[in-house]
Design a protein around this ligand. Structure first.
Ligand code: ZN
Length: 281
């Protein structure tokens, strides 16, 4: 994949209408349909299948995004915070995997089946654990609300019932064919950069704020994070902090409304602990 500098954005920026309207992976439906090993059919996809698909796409995406960051303390820390948040998710039965990606891009993203990623870049940009909780909570939100499944089902629906996978070939049950795996990887690579769409991003923001708050984290971490991102995007230099970023402004407004609604039960920011980890990034 082409190296993308700067800020990528599942968690960070809602793409404008033009960007969200662009078809993702739909041009390859035929290829997926022809590629056959029994995995999923039109409208049904169980949690087990979702996790199987996630586990197969995971190494592909990870390789494209720069591989896993090797520092164990950093990995363990992110995993610990992530697992704590995931335990409060309303969606049960998913085993979450939190991965730190060795990339300077400021980004975070999620695949179906509980695969969540944060980059070194975003770890450097954040200021405390409450902000990290907002990011991880947002990504867990995509899994909880099945946004990845939704995307895969769109492809399958377009096939009008055709299985895009069939039995045989000596492959393990649930294994994706090479072509299907390639197409799904391509689709989720794009989503990792551009997000799941406006509605889905806002929904994940709300879930993330709720999860952070329920785990005792200051939910305002989400707002502080958005403000940092606006600065990184250079919003100020374009005439007013929000002028060129109505979407991020919308996210901040929603977050403020959400926090007003649920109250700030959470107070923790764990700033010193976060700073200690950040030094290793
Ligand atoms: Zn997102």
């Amino acid at each position: 994949m082409k190296r993308i500098l700067g800020i990528g954005l599942c968690v960070l920026v809602l793409m404008g209408a033009a960007a969200t309207a662009s078809p993702i992976g739909l041009g390859s439906i035929g290829d997926i349909a022809k590629d056959t090993v029994d995995v999923v059919k039109t409208m049904s996809m169980g949690t087990k299948q979702e996790m199987e698909i996630g586990s197969q796409v995971h190494p592909q995406i990870l390789a494209e995004m720069g591989g896993e960051y090797s520092n164990k303390a950093v990995r363990d820390y992110v995993n610990r915070v992530g697992q704590k948040l995931a335990a409060k998710s309303t969606r049960k039965g998913i085993n979450y995997t939190f991965t730190v990606v060795n990339s300077s891009m400021v980004n975070a993203f999620a695949l179906p089946g509980g695969y969540v990623y944060v980059t070194r870049g975003i770890l450097s940009a954040m200021k405390d654990e409450a902000e990290l909780a907002a990011v991880l909570g947002h990504e867990i939100g995509h899994v909880e609300a099945k946004h990845g499944v939704e995307r895969m089902q769109k492809i399958m629906l377009a096939e009008k019932g055709t299985k895009y996978a069939a039995k045989g070939g000596g492959k393990a049950a649930g294994a994706l064919g090479e072509k299907a795996l390639g197409e799904l990887t391509k689709m989720f690579s794009k989503i990792a950069i551009s997000g799941y769409g406006r509605k889905q991003e806002l929904e994940s923001d709300r879930i993330g704020i709720r999860l952070a708050n329920a785990n005792g984290y200051d939910p305002n971490g989400a707002i502080r994070l958005f403000q940092t991102l606006l600065k990184l995007e250079g919003g100020k230099s374009k005439g007013g902090l929000y002028a060129s970023h109505p979407e991020t402004k919308k996210r901040i407004e929603q977050a403020e409304g959400e926090i007003a609604k649920i109250g700030t039960k959470g107070k923790a920011t764990n700033k010193p602990q976060y700073a200690a980890i950040q030094k290793k990034v």
